[in-house]
Design a protein around this ligand. Structure first.
Ligand code: GRF
Length: 188
């Protein structure tokens, strides 16, 4: 069984569906590790519920990104992790991880890239007045949400939704598409 790691910093709803998909067999892989920069985030509780090991680190206790990423790579290598799945990990990936896992790091973004990269993408798109909302799953490179696109999914807004309603629909798209794409990546 292939080993994957999920990186998350917050609520972890994507972690939850990925964990459930590994348990049901939809994803033919095991989550060997949850990596988080926030030891007290809800994703950690979810990992415990799914009996997934957690590596929580405090970036401030390392001299540099290269130092904490070196530690992360060691944690991943110890567990033979082959694919890194970012799911709400709120940090740019640096050279150490990119070099250790070339083309083996994927991310999900709650907008149709290349529009609205970075933080608060849903609010950015909503405030811009877009009519079509969507999500993007992409390989990770050194830029902010700039890597090669793997998959996208979208819906047309009715026009009277609140931003919270749009967000709910976007998360529903994420929760369907991310497990499907991860399975494709795991078996190829
Ligand atoms: C998702 O909207 C994802 O697209 C973005 O961060 C959010 C994470 O949500 N990268 P959750 O923590 O998985 O609930």
């Amino acid at each position: 069984m292939k080993k994957i790691a999920v990186f998350a910093s917050g609520f972890g709803s994507n972690f939850e569906v990925i964990a459930a998909a590994t348990e049901s067999g939809q994803i033919e892989a095991e989550i060997a590790l949850l990596v988080t920069d926030h030891a007290d985030c809800y994703a950690v509780e979810r990992a415990h519920n799914h009996h997934v090991e957690v590596f929580a680190f405090n970036p401030k206790s390392y001299p540099s990104k290269a130092d904490f990423e070196t530690e992360i790579v060691a944690q991943l290598r110890q567990r033979d992790v082959e694919l890194i799945v970012l799911a709400g990990y709120m940090r740019l990936i640096g050279e150490v991880l990119l070099n250790a896992y070339p083309n083996k790091i994927v991310n999900i973004h709650p907008a149709l890239l290349p529009a609205f990269p970075g933080k608060h993408a849903i609010e950015q798109a909503y405030n811009y007045g877009v009519k079509v909302f969507g999500i993007t799953i992409h390989y990770v490179d050194a830029g902010m949400d700039t890597g090669k696109i793997i998959a996208q999914s979208c819906f047309t807004a009715k026009g009277d939704e609140t931003v919270d309603e749009i967000e709910t629909k976007i998360h529903a798209l994420e929760h369907t598409l991310y497990p499907q794409v991860i399975q494709q990546l795991v078996i190829c």
